[in-house]
Design a protein. Structure first.
Ligand code: ADP
Ligand code: MG
Lengths: 295, 220
């Protein structure tokens, strides 16, 4: 488009003409978007965490005591053939006790009153990827319950559900806060563009007098808003990266469950692009609001 | 070229600014629009240019009825008519060149086309050497010539001027009037409003006299 160069020139002129206001509002936009980005980051990493936890979902089938060898082999065959199970590990009563002893190392005293081996034999099932959601696990568990020889079933459902609840809260929270921050950004941009329009009212009148269309007159202001959103967004990403690195090093220091278990991830490219697009969208919305009111 | 039929215009509840104006201006004509201050000269030009709308009556310009144009049709009308303002209406932060170029830009002309035509028209108003200057660096006469250049750069068939010499001294007035005469000889229809009887008598052309919103002389 031929007039693009003209619009860009006008836009830059406007940005430079209101330097201090533009800078202040761009900084504010960068900061609000960064805050929003923190929530995105939180959500994104929690989501990844839940994903990795679900991969570790194991279903343990405890076997009835005194199960005959043949029955056990039958059951194992059924489990292997059934859908969703990728691996079956048999843990005998004796093996279970060994494992239990090992997990209580140094606290042997607790084992004193144990008497005869009370631990049941079990099958530890590893599930195929497609069956690792908490609903799928639940469904499988129901199926297994009916099998001959199965006494009890254990799986990490509650825990996964808890994390899912946290995730849902973060998701709703970031949506609400994002909405509020977005609204704030729109208002800030609208105000800034309003000032520019105000300072150029004389020129706008001249353009109207010589027959410029509305679109032609409005375009530089629209682009000004878009550019402010874009630049604010880029700065927000830079800030976000800083916050991210800081959080990562802190977590590494603290160690512990989160630090050890999870690898913090920054937003991947498509999310970053979406993030910038949101910035541009906010900018356009803000300036449209202002232009519609003033022109 | 320009026709008005029983046109009325009043501002709010004030006395009518124009009453029952019927007027016809031929293609290529040069007409003065004169009368005392407050007679309705500016109002008449504003109606032709779509800056105001008549309360009643019809206005036909180049076979198009412009009495009640939609807002979206106004840019088209204004691009087809040149208008010279008493206060020039220049873009203060733009060079002389850009001030003229913008009239072509809004119509979507190509950069080469713009360069060629702006250079040509600035030559014809004698401002070729000042094209990189800002309006504030120019004399009033030069600023008015920029305004004239902008109004004719896309070769409108009609040129309207509202007190084009109102802010100029005698010498510059003569200069601008000569420029308008030259433009008219190339075929542009011209309607020039002025309350200055002296310049009207110096350039004997058709004279339309308004008095208190009515045509006192030169109608038809
Ligand atoms: N925007 C306006 N609002 C109210 N009254 C106006 C306005 N413009 C002009 N008028 C009135 O209309 C009449 C004609 O004005 P105008 O066309 O400017 O006359 P002229 O150009 O001949 O001096 C005057 O009485 C003037 O006060
Ligand atoms: Mg007037």
């Amino acid at each position: 488009m031929r007039q693009l160069r003209y619009f860009l020139k006008e836009t830059l002129l406007n940005l430079r003409g209101n330097k201090s206001t533009t800078l202040i509002s761009m900084a504010t936009i960068a900061f609000t978007m960064m805050l929003f980005g923190v929530f995105l980051l939180l959500y994104f990493n929690l989501d990844a965490l839940v994903g990795s936890l679900q991969q570790e979902i194991k279903v343990i089938l405890y076997l009835r005591d005194g199960l005959a060898e043949k029955e056990r082999v039958d059951l194992e065959g059924k489990l292997r053939q059934g859908p969703g199970v990728s691996n079956v590990l048999y843990v005998s009563k004796a093996m279970a006790l060994v494992n239990f002893r090992r997990s209580l190392e140094g606290q042997d005293i607790l084992l004193k009153g144990l008497g005869d081996n009370p631990l049941p034999a079990s099958f530890e099932l590893t599930l195929e990827k497609a069956y690792q959601s908490s609903e799928a696990v639940q469904r499988l568990a129901q199926q297994f319950k009916g099998l001959n020889g199965v006494d009890d079933i254990q799986y990490g459902r509650e825990w996964v559900d808890n994390v899912n609840t946290v995730l849902e809260t973060v998701r709703v929270g970031s949506a609400v806060i994002g909405l509020i921050l977005g609204l704030a950004a729109v208002v800030i941009i609208a105000g800034t563009i309003g000032l520019t329009v105000w300072s150029r009212l004389e020129d706008i009148e001249v353009l109207q007098l010589i027959g410029a269309t509305r679109a032609y007159i409005q375009m530089p202001f629209l682009m000004e808003g878009a550019l402010m959103g874009l630049i604010g967004g880029v700065f927000a990403v830079v800030l976000l990266r800083g916050v991210f690195e800081l959080a990562k090093s802190r977590l590494a220091d603290v160690g512990g469950f989160l630090g050890g278990q999870m690898n913090l991830m920054f937003l991947p490219m498509p999310w970053l692009l979406l993030f910038l697009a949101v910035g541009v969208g906010l900018g356009c919305t803000g300036s449209l609001l202002s232009i519609r009111r003033l022109l | 070229m320009i026709q008005l039929f029983h046109v009325y215009k009043s501002y709010g509840r004030h006395r009518a600014a124009l009453e029952d104006i019927t007027l016809r201006i031929e293609k290529g004509e040069f007409a003065w629009l004169t009368g005392p201050s407050g007679a309705g000269k500016s109002t008449l030009l504003k109606l032709l240019f779509g800056l105001e709308q008549p309360d009643a009556g019809q206005i036909v310009i180049q076979n198009r009825n412009v009495a009640r144009l939609k807002e979206s049709s106004l840019p088209q009308l204004r691009r087809s008519i040149g208008f010279i303002f008493q206060d020039f209406k220049l873009l203060q932060k733009k060079t002389v060149f850009d001030n003229v170029a913008v009239a072509l830009q809004i119509a979507g002309a190509s950069p080469t086309e713009i360069r060629r035509r702006v250079t040509e028209v600035l030559g014809s108003v004698g401002l070729d050497h000042k094209k990189e200057m800002l309006p504030s660096m120019l004399s009033a006469g030069e600023q008015q010539r920029v305004c004239v250049a902008r109004s004719i750069v896309n070769h409108p068939m009609i040129l309207l001027a509202d007190e084009p010499t109102g802010n100029l001294d005698a010498d510059l007035t003569t200069e601008i009037i000569e420029l308008l005469k030259t433009i008219n000889t190339k075929g542009t229809t011209m309607l020039v409003a002025t309350h200055n009887r002296e310049i009207v008598s110096r350039v004997p052309r058709r004279v339309i006299v308004l008095k208190e919103g009515r045509i006192a002389e030169g109608g038809g």
